[in-house]
Ligand binder design. Structure first.
Ligand code: NAI
Ligand code: MG
Length: 357
């Protein structure tokens, strides 16, 4: 298969880890006879420095014509004092919104060699395998107005959702649950928020179309607690934008490091943007020690969700698993009796495990 892939390295460690994903994809392409063509474009702080905007037109156009997009991360101290609309993060929110990438899929699955790397008890997290589905283009992140009032002494953020925005993400969640263990947890705050009451009604309506999927409703505060005390309770979790952001960072604790988690942001036709869940990690940028595995696993998600290359995706995931089993880890992790290595070496070990079968 021929595919056009846009690379958006962004800032900080984003620039260091995107190369790892490209190398892994090229290796898979040559094994399976695919041709992946890569084009690199600017986003975030990098784009502000080069073009004076976090999301240049040229980047939008390239992404609109691509089969899929890989993104590193955006942000950093250098741009922190800029006004809100000029911040690197606006580039990321902008591209998600412009492309209509409403469904954010965040699989959280612990690798067995990393069980002890989590601060949680091994017997609590053992076997946990959760798919968090977060609504990505609505809610508090995009509602207008969002502004200071009364001479800066008051503030308003708007939580707006149209029924259709809730229906499409809830549908996606039921479909995903069907492909997994057929259990869906819908997370809301229906005891307080009107938006959550509408969300809950729609989940109930949709559940009639998916009688084979068992549905439960959890309030977000209870869900936050259960996620780290009983992670095995969950199969698929679906929730709105802000709740999903918070719960998915919390869930990363199950895997030992934020650097391990991949994500997919997709729309109905399969076009998607794939990125690790973490940010640009300015504290370790430029040191060559960033964990590239969240980025590499994001490339695997791209193969699975945008290109229907399940076998190729599973092969990357297995190569990552083998590398960890061999005891290799980066500075954000620790494996007893193993060996700490840098970004480049970690990528090389994954490549070696991909080719030696
Ligand atoms: P962060 O995710 O960049 O870092 C949090 C901590 O995790 C740091 O100690 C970092 O060193 C570590 N870490 C993260 N990824 C790692 C990896 N791959 N390997 C090893 N260690 C890793 O979050 P933080 O520090 O709150 O934000 C830094 C910048 O990133 C900010 O400008 C923020 O706005 C931005 N950000 C961007 C995101 C994106 O592009 N999707 C998401 C989250 C934050
Ligand atoms: Mg977040």
């Amino acid at each position: 298969m021929n595919k056009q892939i846009i690379l958006l390295p962004g800032d900080g460690i984003g620039k260091e880890i995107i190369e790892s994903a490209k190398l892994v994809l090229n290796s898979v392409a040559s094994e399976y006879g695919h041709r992946f063509t890569f084009h690199q474009h600017a986003i975030g702080g990098d784009a502000i420095d080069q073009y004076g905007t976090p999301l240049p037109e040229d980047t939008i156009k390239a992404c609109q014509n691509a089969d899929a997009i890989l993104l590193g991360a955006v942000g950093g101290k250098k741009w922190d004092s800029l006004p809100g609309y000029m911040r690197p993060e606006k580039g990321l929110l902008g591209i998600r919104k412009t492309l209509g990438l409403f469904a954010n899929l965040r699989p959280v699955k612990g690798f067995s060699s990393l069980l002890h790397a989590s601060p949680l008890k091994e017997d609590v997290i053992k076997g946990s395998d959760i798919l968090i589905i977060r609504e990505l283009t609505g809610g508090l992140y995009f509602g207008q107005p969002s502004e200071r009032r009364e001479n800066g002494n008051a503030v308003v953020d708007t939580l707006y959702y149209h029924r259709s925005e809730m229906e499409r993400i809830i549908d996606k969640a039921f479909q995903s649950a069907r492909l997994r263990n057929k259990r869906l947890t819908s997370v809301d705050k229906a005891n307080v928020l009107e938006s959550s009451r509408m969300w809950r009604e729609i989940v109930e309506e949709k559940s009639k179309d998916y009688p084979d999927v068992a549905v439960e409703h959890l309030l977000v505060d209870a869900a936050a607690m259960k996620l780290i005390t009983q992670p095995n309770h969950f199969d698929v979790i679906v929730t709105e934008n802000l709740f999903g952001d918070i719960l998915s960072d919390e869930a990363s604790v199950l895997t030992g490091s934020l650097g391990m988690l991949p994500s997919a942001s997709i729309r109905s036709d399969g076009v998607g943007l794939y990125e690790p869940v973490h940010g640009s990690a300015p504290d370790i940028a430029g040191k060559g020690i960033a964990n590239p595995l969240g980025m590499i696993l994001s490339a695997a998600l791209m193969l699975r969700h945008s290109f229907q290359m399940e076998e190729e995706a599973a092969e990357i995931e297995e190569a990552v698993n083998e590398t960890l089993e061999q005891g290799y880890y980066t500075a954000d992790l620790h494996i007893k009796g193993g060996k700490q290595i840098g970004t480049k070496e970690m990528t090389e070990m994954v490549l070696e495990n991909l080719t030696t079968k």
